[in-house]
Design a protein around this ligand. Sequence first.
Ligand code: N01
Length: 538
Amino acid sequence: MTLSPNGTGEQDVLVVGAGFSGLYALHRLRGQGLSVTLLEAGDGVGGTWYWNRYPGARCDSESYYYSYSFDEELQNEWEWSERYPQQPEIMAYLNHVADRFDLRRDIRLGTRVVSAEFDDGPARWHVTTDAGERLTCRFLVTAVGCLSTANVPAIPGLDTFAGEWFHTGRWPHEGVDFAGRRVGIVGTGSTGIQAVPVIAEQAAHLTVFQRTANYSIPARNGPESVESRQAIKDDYAEIRRIQRESTNGHPFLISERSALEPSEDERRAIYEAAWERGGLRFRASFADLLSDRAANDTASDFIRTKIREIVRDPEVAERLTPRDHGFATKRPPIDTDYFEAYNRENVTLVDVRETPIEEVTPTGLRTSAAEYPLDRIVFATGFDAMTGPLLGIDIRGTGGRTLRDKWADGPRTYLGLGIAGFPNLFTITGPGSPSVLCNMPTAIEQHVDWIADCIADLDARGLARMEATEDAETAWVAHNNEAAGKTLLPQASSSWYLGANVPGKPRVFMPYAGGFAAYTRICDEVAAEEYRGFVRTR
Ligand code: N01
């Protein structure tokens, strides 16, 4: 049996997933002389961007910084066409990266990892694929993403639907023709908010089934001029420095002022300017939007007023107005004409908190109040976030203990990178790391660099096995809870950060909320102190 594409048998490292994380991990680890094979379930590289091809799919981080920083030539040669990159452009970029760094020779596409078992004697991971192949490695690196396990609600009757239905995160590559169709979309998170205005333009009629009203800030997308692209390139060193020293991996710093400090007029002017500028930076307007309820109220109220100004029908505007959580306590979407879409004749809003969805019928969707005839249903219902992709693999550590068993009450990690009882396993952007609270490529590069340095250090010292201690893990979980508790984030009871969107999932705040720069410092200290909190042995 061939164990790797180049036939070298056991690998130093197996990487699972060929998105931003896996591609860089392959490049970086191979660059330090390790044998590495990357296994990818999809038939192409791209990860999130390979699967999420729904109408309007675009990144909410801006192009010039939603990109790798590890190679200056790469960042200087690539030309982004718009302020926010569309899905096909990110795919083109990641394919370019795969070619430019000759990554494909060590990538196996169409290969899903179904299980991974640690053999303590020789300190090896045995990985099994969906084709029944068994591969062996010294180190297993998961690069499976945080939002890659689609959450399709178990609505009775879905299998009887005579039309077609889709989940946005598993979108058909050939696209979907909505022309002349009655379309229903369930979900108004970041994805639904991007898709609604685009589908509304194509469909005969669009019915939006909203469970939780959401805040959104205009993206203000547009073409990137030659001059602005050059200015960014001239300033890249400084941009990257700010990203690394920031709270969220973005190249802007959060204001140090409280939202409660300025006069009402001044505060409104600051919000107006941020609204006009558009994008995720809105939440950086004041220091305490995510830590002080009264401060948060000022931003939430500002956006509620905007919704009422944009949406012409006051009843629809009222239903679209979020009341059960503060702005940005759930992941804040940005949009292009989302609220404006509700002014179209062919868009209807249904509040399914008021009148819950009861079943899918052969001809449509029925709530407790009415039946809506539909030809197509789009589920923009999100993901079994962060833990779903890892628990989708049957991972077994020392003594045969499964990760599913260990995480039955929620994830426990050390730094979001290591797990007690699972030696030589590294989880890129795992639960307990900044990950989804950060611009992802920034979080990913920091993790990959840390893992690569860590493996180099083990090899230099002739050490074969590394495992987080239970004590370090317990302390990290406590620190995570403490960091989250200092923010308003855990108070958003319907947030996927808490696992609240998946029925039966333990309610645990999963990402690290202490900030990216602070997190990086802790990781660096751990490494400098000979990997404090890990046991390393021959
Ligand atoms: O998923 P979501 P998403 N019946 O979980 C509703 C990233 N992202 O795919 O809030 C009825 O946010 C659910 O309602 P509720 C980004 O990090 C990035 O939109 O649970 N409704 C909610 O409205 C984002 O946060 C980008 O009450 C149901 C919606 O479906 C993350 O991905 C673009 C339901 C799901 O919202 C996930 O976003 C897009 C049910 N049974 C996404 N189940 C870019 O940067 C769920 N809902 C490009």
